[in-house]
Design a protein around this ligand. Structure first.
Ligand code: HMG
Ligand code: MG
Length: 289
């Protein structure tokens, strides 16, 4: 057991990393990617999404991936679920945790989920009830917490309002998504300050994308501001098909290096992450050629 303070790192590469790939990734390669990541010892791996296969074709095999992965004790295997129909499929696939997803801006809400913020949050009611009945935790994402590709800058108060509504809906694991990857440390300070009356930084997860090369700076700033839970993707894969211009998540390798240099420990094996990244990069290169 490390003497350094713990930081929780959720690996989202199989979901956020692969959802945006243009070339199809074979199911067996996704299974191998998740299994390779399992060897690294993450507390949680976001495996896939139970969403419309017409809208996100890359993740249309979510049930099959869940059926074939080897589940390591100590790792929670989670999935995105937008509505009751997705929840039924997720339960059948024996997911360990579900994540609903809302946005802090109306433009992205419509583009991503085909509804207003109000309509999308209303869909979460049955999901939360079904999760409670099955004893599963529910995470609630809030996207575009700094900027929206359609509506421009997002006021922190708009993020706080959505966080309050997710908490009121019974979701207590709140994940703030900087979907576009354009934030600077000052933006994160304003965001966390604005959201604090609803949820203190130590209670939040931060899901950073990195389009502007500020990923490491932002992680350092967030640690200094009290955040102790992050998402990242192996090799920095990823992006959202409904957020034009967004690049990948902050890389898991970057996050682990920052945690170490700042004196924190995520309990994740860096060599195992490097093996997983190198294998999936080869798969993506082969698929593209
Ligand atoms: P809807 O309200 O039915 O409207 O779906 P729709 O017209 O968009 O529906 C499309 C089709 O999906 C319809 O069938 C529905 O029946 C079907 P079709 O007419 O094409 O035959 N459908 C479903 N199929 C499978 N599973 C379901 C399901 N529900 C409806 N659960 C919905 C609304 C949200 C489902 C749809 O718009 C959708 O799937 N959108 C994709 C959302 C998505 O996965 N976005 C990317 C993930 S979010 C993200 O990346 C941000 C994040 O990383 C944080 C951050 O970075 O900020 C989390
Ligand atoms: Mg994302």
């Amino acid at each position: 057991m490390s003497a350094r303070p713990y930081v929780r790192l959720c690996e989202v590469g199989p979901r956020d990393g692969l959802q945006n790939e243009r070339t199809p990734v074979p199911t067996e390669s996704k299974v191998a990617f998740v299994d390779a990541l399992s060897a690294a010892g993450f507390p949680e791996i976001e495996v896939s999404s139970f969403v419309s296969a017409r809208r996100v074709p890359q993740l249309g095999d979510a049930a099959e991936v869940f059926a074939r992965i080897a589940r390591r004790p100590g790792t929670v295997y989670s999935a995105l679920v937008p509505n009751e129909r997705g929840m039924e499929a997720a339960l059948a696939a024996r997911v360990g945790k579900v994540s609903v997803f809302a946005a802090a801006s109306e433009g992205f809400s419509r583009a991503n989920t085909g509804g207003t913020i109000d309509e999308v949050i209303a869909r979460f009611g049955p999901v939360v009830r079904m999760a409670r009945a099955a004893g599963l935790p529910v995470r609630g994402y809030v996207s575009c917490v700094v900027r929206c590709p359609y509506d421009g800058p997002t006021p922190p108060q708009a993020v706080r309002a959505v966080v309050e509504r997710l908490l009121a809906a019974g979701i207590d694991d709140i994940d703030l998504g900087e979907t576009l990857g354009v934030a600077a440390p000052d933006d994160l300070a304003r965001l966390l300050d604005g959201v604090a009356p609803a949820a203190e930084p130590g209670r939040l997860t931060l899901h950073l994308h990195d389009s502007n090369g500020r990923g490491a700076d932002n992680l350092r700033a967030a640690l200094a501001l009290g955040v102790r839970s992050f998402d990242a993707s192996a090799g920095g894969l990823g992006g959202c098909p409904f957020a034009p211009g967004a690049r990948g998540n902050v890389a898991t390798e970057t996050a682990l290096a920052v945690f170490e240099s700042e004196g924190y420990d995520a309990g994740v094996d860096r060599a195992a992450v490097a093996r997983a990244t190198s294998a999936i990069r080869q798969v993506l290169a082969d698929a593209a050629s």
